[in-house]
Design a protein around this ligand. Sequence first.
Ligand SMILES: N[C@@H](CCC[C@H](N)C(=O)O)C(=O)O
Length: 303
Amino acid sequence: MRFAFVKCHGSGNDFPLIDARSLSLGDAEWAVVARALADRAGTAGGDGLLLLTAGDGEHDFGMRMFNSDGSEAETCLNGLRCVARAGFEALGLETARVRLKTSSADVARVADLAPGVTTIRTRVGPASTDLADVGLTGPLSDLPSARSFVAVAMPNPHLVTFVDRVDEAELVALGEWCEAAPPLIPGRANVSFVEQRGPDLYVRTFERGVGLTNSCGSAMASSVYAAGLTDRVPFGAATTVFNKGGLVRGTASAEGIVTIEGNATFLYDAQVEIADGIAGPVEDRIDRDGEADAWANAVAALA
Ligand SMILES: N[C@@H](CCC[C@H](N)C(=O)O)C(=O)O
């Protein structure tokens, strides 16, 4: 089957995005498309697959997100900015209510955070710290780590800990332990190590279904909320959240409503044929002029 897609990224978290409003594939078929298109060794590559889906009585449009292993996530907040931009461009909107897998989000186009960087604000929540909502069957102290974790359902599952310095090997070890779907957390989880840097945060995430990524929006949202819960950053204060792929601005309320503002960068439009679970060459590629450079310049200036 042939698909048109946009290759995009939010804070370096990259995805092929398909306008699926008039496509009617089943879940298992989308999982195959995700594995083929997001395969890093393949022709497009990405951390997962984003779908723009049709709206309903309460929502202007919807988003679905499949990790690169083919599993479907409850949400993806870097991806949501990209899907919001696609929805805005398709429907001529500047604000919208978006249907996610198990929740809703409000999105708005806001002033560009730097020249040429399309910027979107997403508002989600309330986040939950109920261990059952995060998918834990026992206490956090049963995790194979001496660190103290905050569990957050965004509503996808996150385990967040604050560290003096991110130890990537330790993060990967815990992320891989979660990937094995142990009895303590059979639905797996995204794991983040967070450094507080003055009023700012730096977040490094091992994502469920993917591995280490440049950034994870729902992890950054969970980290801002966890920073409020642990008195590191006051609720209501806007925080800059740095990551390997750039940065976003985040604010959390005591009630668990989290606002994230950041880029929705479109790199190129293209077509691809997927057959027998393999993506063919990227065809008819048209680069979006200057967007990749605008983001690189913004990160250099804001870092
Ligand atoms: N990168 C995303 C999160 C994608 C889903 C996640 N891996 C999960 O399975 O929950 C984001 O920006 O939020």
